[in-house]
Design a protein around this ligand. Structure first.
Ligand code: 5GP
Length: 197
């Protein structure tokens, strides 16, 4: 039988350092496939269509929702984000571990679809540090930062719904913890419920 990887969702408040962490995890562990989400938010400088996101107009996004093209979708920070079924199928077919980067609503939807999905919450060391990271990023204006901080409070309140919480104190340590978690699940498929789709 072909090797099947595990399915994971990772959620994190904006600014917790999820992208940097996942970049490091992918450098250390190559057997990972990641879906490219669709969004109605405008691309940030340097972001590429089809690579960072599929950037869609709101009408096009809603047309595809109506057509049933999404496995899940949610409104986050005033924009629509969703996982296309075609993306999820493409990643699952690789046999690698698949990581979806979703907000908390997306995590709940995925759990309904795939009850055995492994769920990871990436937390900042503190709310003060989160605000500092958001301001240093320099890509969000004050109103957007305030919105993201308010949303972070409610996301942090949902962290106990996740299987595992990783604190992003340093990228190096947090990446090591995540790679260990993926390896443990691969090594003990039945105990950890690897065939979790
Ligand atoms: P950003 O605008 O900073 O790239 O992402 C904002 C939020 O949207 C993050 O919490 C991210 O995890 C979430 N997000 C990104 N793609 C998806 C998706 O496909 N579905 C859901 N539900 N959330 C997503």
């Amino acid at each position: 039988m072909a090797q099947r990887g595990s399915l994971y969702v990772i959620s994190a408040p904006s600014g917790a350092g999820k992208n940097a962490l996942l970049d490091e995890v992918r450098r250390r562990e190559t057997r990972i496939a990641s879906t490219v989400s669709a969004t109605t938010r405008a691309p940030r400088p340097g972001e590429r269509d089809g690579v960072d996101y599929h950037f869609l107009g709101r009408e096009e996004f809603q047309r595809r929702v109506a057509a049933g093209d999404f496995a899940e979708w949610a409104e986050v920070h005033g924009n629509l984000y969703g996982t296309l079924r075609s993306e999820l199928d493409r990643c699952l077919a690789t046999g690698s571990d698949v990581i979806l980067e979703l907000d908390v609503q997306g995590m709940r939807s995925l759990k309904r679809l795939y009850p055995g999905v492994g769920t990871i919450f990436l937390a900042p060391p503190s709310m003060e540090e989160l605000e500092r990271r958001l301001r240093n990023r320099g890509t969000n204006d004050d109103a957007d930062i305030a919105l993201r901080l308010r949303n972070a409070e409610s996301e942090m309140a949902a962290r106990s719904e996740f299987d595992c919480i990783i604190v992003n104190d340093t990228i190096d340590r947090a990446a090591a913890e995540m790679v260990e978690l993926l390896a443990a699940r691969r090594a003990a498929p039945t105990a950890a419920g690897t065939d979790n789709r």
